[in-house]
Design a protein around this ligand. Structure first.
Ligand SMILES: *[C@@H]1O[C@H](CO)[C@@H](O)[C@H](O)[C@H]1NC(C)=O
Ligand SMILES: *[C@@H]1O[C@H](CO)[C@@H](O)[C@H](O)[C@H]1NC(C)=O
Ligand SMILES: *[C@@H]1O[C@H](CO)[C@@H](O)[C@H](O)[C@H]1NC(C)=O
Ligand SMILES: *[C@@H]1O[C@H](CO)[C@@H](O)[C@H](O)[C@H]1NC(C)=O
Length: 123
C-alpha cells in the first residue's frame, strides 16, 4: 500500500504521478465504463460503484483488473483483482481534493477511461 500515499499527493494537486504499470497489453478487451460519467458526483468517503459494459467480455479474462482514479494523471488505485466479467466493482471514494475533472481508468486486457466526473468533499 506504500504507493497509495505517494499517489495521494497527485490526487490532491493534479500533478503528474509516477507511472502505473498496466497489465501486459497482450490482447484487446476494452471494458467501456458507464459509471462514473459526466453526470456523476461522488462524495469523499462514500461507497460507490464503478460500472462498465461487460456484455462483450470474453469467457476467460486472465489478468489483473485494476480500477485507477485519475486527476490529470493516474493517481490512486481504488480496486484490484476484481472480476471484469461482473460489470461492476464497489469502492470507497478516497479523501481527495474536490474537483470536477476526475476520471476512472479500468485496466483489463486493455484500458478504458471514463468521462470526467466530480468528487465533492465529505463531512
Ligand atoms: C485477455 O487475456 C487473457 C489472458 O491474459 C486471454 O485469455 C483472453 O482471451 C484475452 N481476451 C481477449 C478479448 O483477447
Ligand atoms: C451515468 O452514471 C450514473 C451514476 O453515476 C448512472 O446512474 C447513469 O446511468 C450513467 N449514465 C449512462 C449513460 O450510463
Ligand atoms: C453496486 O452494485 C451492486 C450490484 O448491482 C449492488 O448490489 C450494490 O449495492 C451496489 N453498491 C452501491 C454502493 O451502490
Ligand atoms: C473506451 O471504450 C469505448 C467503447 O468500446 C471506445 O470507443 C473508446 O475508444 C475506448 N477508450 C479508450 C481510451 O480506450
Amino acid at each position: 500500500m506504500f504507493f497509495l500515499t505517494a499517489f495521494m499527493a497527485a490526487c490532491a494537486l493534479g500533478a503528474q504521478a509516477g507511472p502505473i504499470t498496466p497489465p501486459p497489453a497482450s490482447t484487446i478487451y476494452v471494458p467501456q465504463i458507464t459509471s462514473p460519467n459526466a453526470t456523476t458526483v461522488w462524495t469523499v468517503g462514500q461507497r460507490v460503484n464503478i460500472t462498465w459494459d461487460a456484455s462483450d467480455a470474453p469467457a476467460v479474462i486472465n489478468n489483473e483488473a485494476l480500477a485507477v482514479l485519475g486527476h490529470g494523471a493516474p493517481c490512486e488505485t481504488l480496486a484490484e483483482n476484481f472480476d471484469l466479467r461482473k460489470g461492476w466493482v464497489e469502492v470507497t471514494v478516497p479523501k481527495v481534493t474536490p474537483d470536477t475533472d476526475y476520471t476512472i481508468t479500468l485496466f483489463g486486457n486493455s484500458t478504458n477511461i471514463s468521462e470526467q466526473f466530480t468528487i465533492k468533499g465529505g463531512h
